[in-house]
Design a protein around this ligand. Structure first.
Ligand SMILES: Cc1ncc(COP(=O)(O)O)c(C=O)c1O
Length: 472
């Protein structure tokens, strides 16, 4: 590949980039599953950037909807106005989330971290509104990722991303996370038993919090930190039941897994379809706008909204709470009209192109099933220890020794090397480290747009195979 003079030589530019150690090509155009840089090099986006793009790049109807909105009205502040686009999109999203969110409400933000912050505060305020004033702790899991802001970092369990900021954050309890490839319990029952033991840790943590637990936040499928790890059977149901029993709100972080990515509208539907086990608060971002605009959403169930709204706005069915009538939270750009217009157009595209079905890896003839089959074929490589995932969200974990599952030394940065080799071949993947203990352990996240064709999947997998071999 040729190199852009701007990006290959200048490690230091006016942009404070993610890293000063590596060059970044300048991206200038996107279409379908491809992105082009300023030198005309083409890359197949096999990770949807960072599990963001679900509908493909360069879809004209999305930019048209954004332009239309910007021409009509670019912005108003939510303390003064609502907008038709926000009202309509909120209802469309609640409908997309299904029966469990009927009568609920949506808070729009500019992304995942803002949404997590919003959900943490909403959980606290909910508990205050119902008279549980001591409850303020939000429990979470080790090896989770909920965002970069300090509140979101506090509930995250990603060691590397948290370490230096720990003196600045208020810490609550973190419990263990089932990770069946490296199961600590030596299960012989597809990890049903270990799932129950991990769920029991939640109950112990709630009890140890002595009436101060307000909520429990979790990723239905572990996203970035562990790499598309699915929960063992029975685990999330047990977690949901424990939260219900203890009056702790269940907060599903579907920033990465929501909006069809796993082959369901939301990933919780794989495990928590029934009303009593549904999350009280559901957070989504990334695929919500497919990256066309900064957008996140916090969906609050009727129970939560009623408690805040009280008698002020149709919460009368929910005595004895009176409800303060106002959510004590706000961002200047929440429900930004242009972002909301992008989100609405993206949802229409997801539905008109039947992309949730396309993402379903268990349905025949779909992009999801082709992706599953192609990635599974990498298992024969010595360096590939595990291939796991669902829908259009997959993790490929690397090992130095397949038998012992020993990881590569972290300083080798094996996943980074594979990522670089892929890039040289015109393929974008999402390399991560730390799956074993927060530092050691290498994996890739694979999360292409659901519009990817099976020949593109095959080509990408061939390149990935070669890149893994080259990196050894
Ligand atoms: C599960 C999860 N929650 C929250 C976030 C933070 O989202 P953002 O980077 O949009 O702030 C991410 C980002 O990767 C995520 O995967």
């Amino acid at each position: 590949m040729t190199k852009s003079p701007l990006t290959s030589q200048d490690l230091r530019t006016p942009v404070l980039r993610r890293s000063f150690r590596k060059p970044y090509p300048a991206a200038v155009r996107g279409e379908g599953v491809y992105v082009w840089d300023a030198d005309g090099n083409r890359y197949l986006d096999f990770s949807g950037s960072a599990a963001v793009n679900f509908i493909g790049h360069g879809v004209r109807e999305i930019s048209d909807a954004m332009v239309e909105q910007a021409r009509q009205l670019e912005f108003v502040h939510t303390s003064q106005f609502t907008t038709p686009a926000a009202e309509e999109f909120a209802q469309e999203l609640l409908d997309f989330a299904g029966d469990n969110f009927r009568g609920g409400a949506v808070y729009f933000t500019c992304g995942g971290s803002e949404s997590v912050e919003t959900a943490l505060k909403l959980a606290r305020q909910y508990q205050m509104e119902i008279g549980q004033t001591k409850r303020h702790r939000v429990l979470s899991r080790n090896q989770s990722y909920h965002g970069a802001t300090l509140g979101a970092l506090a509930v995250s369990g990603n060691r590397k991303r948290r370490e230096i900021y720990l003196p600045m954050v208020r810490e609550f309890e973190h419990i263990g996370m089932p990770y069946c490839y490296r199961c600590a319990f030596d299960c012989t029952d597809s990890c049903y038993n270990c799932g129950q033991q991990y769920a029991a840790e939640l109950e112990q943590a709630i009890e140890a919090a002595k009436g101060e637990a307000a909520g429990f936040i979790f990723e239905p499928m572990s996203g970035a930190t562990l790499g598309a790890v699915t929960p063992p059977p029975g685990y999330l149901q047990a977690v949901a039941e424990i939260c219900r029993r203890h009056g702790v709100l269940l907060i599903a972080d579907e920033v990465m897994t929501g909006m069809g990515r796993t082959g369901r509208n939301f990933a919780v539907e794989h495990w928590l379809g029934v009303p009593n086990a549904a999350p009280d608060i559901l957070i989504t971002a990334k695929g919500l706008s497919s990256g066309y605009a900064p957008l996140g959403a916090v969906m609050a169930s009727k129970k939560v909204v009623d408690a805040v709204a009280g008698g002020a706005a149709g919460g009368q069915e929910c005595p004895p709470y009176t409800g303060s009538g106002a959510f004590l939270h706000g961002f200047t750009y929440n429900a930004h009209p242009i972002s909301v217009a992008a989100g609405r157009a993206v949802l229409r595209r997801i539905q008109s192109s039947n992309l949730v079905h396309a993402a379903d890896s268990d349905a025949e003839g779909t992009a999801g099933s082709a992706l599953k089959k192609a990635l599974e074929s990498l298992r024969d490589l010595d360096a590939v220890g595990d291939v796991r995932g669902l829908g259009m969200l997959w993790g490929v974990e690397f090992v130095a020794d397949k038998k012992t599952k020993a990881p590569f030394p972290p300083e080798k940065n094996f996943s980074g090397l594979v990522g670089q080799a892929c890039r040289q071949r015109g393929l974008l993947v999402y390399p991560m480290q730390g799956s074993v203990d927060g530092v050691a352990g290498d994996h890739l996240l694979i999360a292409p747009p659901a519009v990817i064709a099976s020949e593109q999947i095959d080509w990408a997998t061939e390149q990935l195979r070669a890149a893994i071999n080259e990196s050894l």
